[in-house]
Design a protein around this ligand. Structure first.
Ligand code: IMP
Ligand code: MG
Length: 173
């Protein structure tokens, strides 16, 4: 039995979070064109809400990646869908739904830096710092959450619950 009745973050709190993060980005990138790279699938809602609050010229692109821990390495990045835009010399913002261990974004950051962006920063809607196994720190973070598995607002459990307009805690019995 999966119970998703506990609301951790309300729709209203998410709107406040969006306003806060957008204000920081509008301040830091004022007048500078920005390439926003949303990480599919989880960040599709956050990314679409966020870019509509941005005031600088924006290009939106998407990537789909996953990471797994290899037998000999600390982690391997699998790019399932690459972005279609050339980021060399551009200011780039990776937009993620949630940072957990930090493995996926640490590996992705390493890969994207090789493409020579002018700058590369990370923006996440939610951060679970308690579970970090890398030294990755997001440049922009919406809401810090405790070590709980959450769904809604783009986040899923086996592909489900992404459509909830608030954030719920998953309890499995
Ligand atoms: P990590 O930071 O490499 O461990 O992986 C982060 C990814 O794991 C996120 O992009 C999500 O897809 C997934 N994830 C981590 N925690 C949660 C959660 O609480 N709910 C839903 N997905 C999660
Ligand atoms: Mg994800």
């Amino acid at each position: 039995m999966i119970d998703t009745s506990e609301v951790l973050i309300t729709h209203e709190q998410i709107q406040e979070m969006l306003d806060k993060v957008a204000a920081e980005l509008n301040r830091d990138y004022a007048g500078k064109p920005l390439v926003v790279v949303g990480i599919l699938t989880g960040a599709f809602i956050f990314c679409s809400d966020l870019v509509r609050r941005l005031e600088m010229p924006v290009i939106v692109d998407f990537m789909q990646v996953s990471s797994y821990v290899g037998e000999v390495s600390s982690g391997v990045l699998k790019i399932k869908k690459d972005m279609s835009f050339d980021i060399a010399g551009k200011d780039v913002l990776i937009v993620e739904d949630i940072i957990d261990t930090g493995r996926t974004l640490a590996l992705l950051k390493e890969q994207l830096l090789k493409r020579g962006p002018a700058s590369l920063k990370i923006c996440t809607a939610f951060d679970k710092p308690d579970r970090r196994v890398t030294d990755l720190v997001p440049d922009y973070n919406g809401i810090t959450i405790p070590d709980k598995f959450i769904v809604g607002y783009g986040l899923d459990l086996d592909g489900e619950y992404r459509n909830f307009d608030d954030i719920r805690v998953v309890k499995q019995e």
